[in-house]
Design a protein around this ligand. Sequence first.
Ligand code: ATP
Ligand code: MG
Length: 869
Amino acid sequence: MNSKDIRKEFLHFFETKGHLIVDSAPIVLKDDPTLMFNNSGMAQFKEFFLGNGTPKNNRIADTQKCLRVSGKHNDLDDVGKDTYHHTMFEMLGNWSFGDYFKKEAIAWAWELLTEKYGISKDQIYVTVFEGDKGDGTTLDEEALELWKQHIAEDRILYGNKKDNFWEMGDIGPCGPCSEIHVDIRPEADRLAVDGKALVNMDHPQVIEIWNLVFMQYQRKADGSLESLPARHIDTGMGFERLAMVLQGKSSNYDTDVFQPTILKLEEISGVKYGAAEKTDIAIRVIVDHLRAVAFAIADGQLPSNTGAGYVIRRILRRAISYGYRFLDLNEPFIYKLYPILKAEMGDFFPELVKQETIVTGVIREEEASFLRTIEQGLNRLNQIIQQLGDSKVVPGDVVFELYDTFGFPADLSRIVAEDHGFTIDEAGFEAEMAKQKERSKKATALVTDDWVILDAAGNETSIAYDTKTADVKITRYRKVKNNKGEFFQLVFNQTPFYAESGGQVGDVGTISTLNETIEIVDTKKENNLVIHFVETLPENVNATFSAKVNTEKRNEITKNHTATHLMHEALREVLGTHVEQKGSYVGDDYLRFDFSHFAKMTEAEIALVEQKVNDKIAEALPLIEKRDCEISEALADGAMALFGEKYGDKVRVIRFGSSIELCGGTHVKNTADIRLFRILSESSTAAGIRRIEAITSNKAIESYKEADKNYNDVLAALKTKNDAVKAVQHLLDENAALKKQVESFVAQQASAEKATWKAAIKEINGINFLAIKTNLDVGAAKQNAIDLTKEIENAFIVVGTNDAVKPSITISIAKNLVDKKGLNAGNIVKEIAKHINGGGGGQAFLATAGGKDVNGLDAALKQAEDFVK
Ligand code: ATP
Ligand code: MG
């Protein structure tokens, strides 16, 4: 069965069991501070397990793009070395939200694997949770009894908390699980060694393919477990592993999921997969990492120097250095694999098709720049090794610095060192790495207490679109500690505060009673819950508070948000419809908009975009807002949706004239409220991504006033009333004429001096010698010396410029003297320049040295005479 059919069969099977099939959520997570990337199928449903939202259906199935490269689940070090862990993989999953439980989950998993996919029953093992004393849990007898109805009892194994108890994080919903393992060793091996002994032992052909999680507890901050009122099912099956089993292969890389890109890489590198262990690992790493990087970029996460972007950059660099080290690839090559990936997966994941230009452009540019880094790192390391001399060990901090500041991989340092007969101080390097890990752990450490629930029935709604003030009650609060200190998070029964999202910053403001006023310093969304940040807890948390959003700030934010929409549309009109939003910041201070476009914008284009936005402001277009619009209807109307954004079936549509966007942000009632729009800068942030920064309203008006004032200051300085350009042009012309005059004066002076010099020449041992001090600049002095040497036979001219800051010495010697007497101006100038604390050199007949100490000039000139005596 090919992999496309395997995926289709899974989704179809659960559809027939009453499941709603949904799309994969984007790989990059937006409103979950505990996770950077989706690392399991359940991540997008977390809010339902936490009770912060209701799913569209209580049975759902999908395939989810997952990335396990950071945080609790990090498989990066295994990827490529083994044949069944990937950075990016698809997780097939079925969910029950308070609906069916263990019985159906187990029966359907069994039916699908053995009947639909036809996996032989005597190759399957399953595990059940044995219980944990510390947690006060016991053997999962329910699961055990249910499995016994399907599978021989001796194929059921007991697993401990590490393998068979699944937790979302340190706190939150959790529960026992049952894993399904498949033994795909050849029959002879299976007969020789019982597969049972190999389950969960890291055997590459006795592997876990599916995990059925039975969510029935809540882990609290003090570590204790509480039973959940509603019990859920959360399952995850590795798609690539399933393909390996069903296609009778012994490695995920031998399936049709990876074979096409491997073939292409063989063609590019000239290295055959299977030729040697080292090159095989490199090939696996590269075709694996390609997927992680491509899917992340297609979902809008560009490589960068911080956060999720940095993780993506590191993965790409890891692939590049494997190619460089083992496949001898020192030109960008990964981007060339992309068309194959797109052809294979683009049908099911259309973002790969739509984002092709950006993805390949960004990857190619990153490759080129990292290959330059590698070259520089190599040079640096070679230099360091030269200097190290006899020690034969490259210190750990050097290796770490190369790695940390230049991104130069430690294993490359190791190889270069070995080539020179050196080793690297591994322990020292590890110690530096450990220190860094500790530093970053400290910087991000976050301790979250349990929620203190004040009103369990409070429905916690947002009224931010409709009002900026409201009477609110706290429904729950908790204490949070990070490296900046201790603060509190509050949730209200209803809130006028807008939570940071879609680039728009969170609201600030106050909540107050008659007795006290508390500042809300930020508002964020977490798993669909609006959380208000405060530094101190109110005295009486049960009071009714009057909540006030800081309207001054909110109004400016709102103007900037609407201006962003107008600019987005103007950019598409001026530059073309390839322009797509790639990121934005909408604050009260300014707006920033990143978008796809391959060339620097011209002055005229920038001016035109600015003009178009200001025209829309002048047209005074009213806001037309539609909440709860069917997404299909909105898209049919031409609304712009963003890649990497998760939309529900019902969306909010914001329209100003012909600008239509799906947007959750706040907007002005009429474009006239924006008053004025001004672009401050246009620049590049990555290959094919441009960035515009702009301001609106008072800020824009002030900035024009400021510019006007500067202009008036210039007019005043130029002593003119109106035409500054003409006045400046006049100044420039005058300046050029004066420059010419000065040059001619200098030339006259030089030629007058030359006459004086000529008269001062004296004959010593048949050489016409002159050593003289001058006030000419070094250029004129040198030219005079050259000219004199031409005019007079057997000349040896030494000129010192009497410059207090930068004295210089020039020596010019007739060519025949150089030959006959073996004189060398370069050597002589080096010697005598020591008096002026300087150095220099040149040829045998002409040399110059610059110095720092004019007081030594006389001594230098005097010493010159020694060379002709
Ligand atoms: P393993 O012990 O093999 O790392 P896991 O216990 O981490 O697996 P789960 O978190 O239970 O796996 O994920 C569910 C399923 O997803 C696994 O049964 C497996 O098929 C698949 N899976 C997990 N991690 C990876 C990975 N890095 N690459 C490919 N598939 C994976
Ligand atoms: Mg794992």
